[in-house]
Design a protein around this ligand. Structure first.
Ligand SMILES: [Zn+2]
Length: 243
């Protein structure tokens, strides 16, 4: 199932706007707890895991991270009481952090779409924190006016308010999209039957498991802070978002 991970139904994959939901504790151990349904993004694809709380009978357990194994295990804050197996709980995501990460993640996709369109260069890596991120590109020389042109094009794409759509496609259909071949063919497990696609309509299409805002205007103001050299042939762009 595209929206399951171990025993947990992934509410975040189906709807990035979910912030609160009901769940039952399926398992507890020293590593943390497993819920039957969860909107906690477990980390991956450069996007760090969500923080939040699990509420049960007037008790609050802070969730500070995730451990991915056979199950998604939510890591509880040291010293917080942990709900026993079978407890009905209410999960809640820390909205400010998640919403900032959604803007940042979408901002990186927009950046990679712009740099590919303008300069034809591919992404080699990336990472993000809320409202700050970096992305590495295979770019041997920095063309004249590179930073300004990228910043300008990004601002235009944000102002254009392009829709950002998430869909699940059968493998063959997903790999028929040229952008997917460019970014993901070698990264996806061969037995993956359904590929989750994040599409900034008209700009950038990628296989992606992250959480995104619904349109480019929601990214907000995006600044290209720095273009650094990362060894022969590679450049690192640092971005920062603000309102
Ligand atoms: Zn992504």
């Amino acid at each position: 199932m595209a929206h399951d991970h171990g025993r947990t139904e992934r509410l975040d994959l189906a709807d990035a706007t979910v912030r609160e939901w009901d769940a039952v504790v399926l398992d507890v151990d020293d590593d943390g707890l497993v819920l039957d349904r969860s909107a906690f993004y477990p980390g991956g694809g450069g996007q760090p895991p969500d923080h939040g709380v699990v509420l049960w009978g007037g008790v609050e357990t802070r969730i500070v991270g995730t451990r991915r194994g056979d199950d998604i295990r939510l890591i509880c804050a040291e010293g917080d009481p942990v709900p026993p197996m079978g407890t009905a709980v209410r999960g809640a995501i820390e909205d400010a952090r998640r919403s900032a990460l959604m803007r940042t993640h979408s901002g990186l996709h927009l950046l990679s779409g712009v740099v590919f369109r303008e300069y034809g260069c591919l992404v080699t890596g990336g990472n993000m924190e809320p409202l700050e991120a970096r992305m590495d590109f295979a770019l041997p020389d920095v063309p004249e006016g590179f930073k300004e042109r990228v910043a300008q094009a990004c601002a235009e794409e944000i102002a254009a308010d392009r829709a950002i759509e998430v869909k699940n496609l059968p493998r063959d259909e997903a790999f028929a999209i040229p952008d997917i071949i460019r970014t993901a063919t070698n990264l996806l497990p061969p037995d993956l039957e359904i590929v989750r696609i994040v599409d900034i309509v008209g700009l950038d299409t990628q296989a992606d498991g992250g959480t995104h805002v619904a349109s480019t205007r929601q990214i907000g103001r995006m600044q290209i802070v720095k273009v650094e050299s990362k060894g022969k042939g590679f450049r690192r762009l640092r971005i920062r978002l603000s309102d």
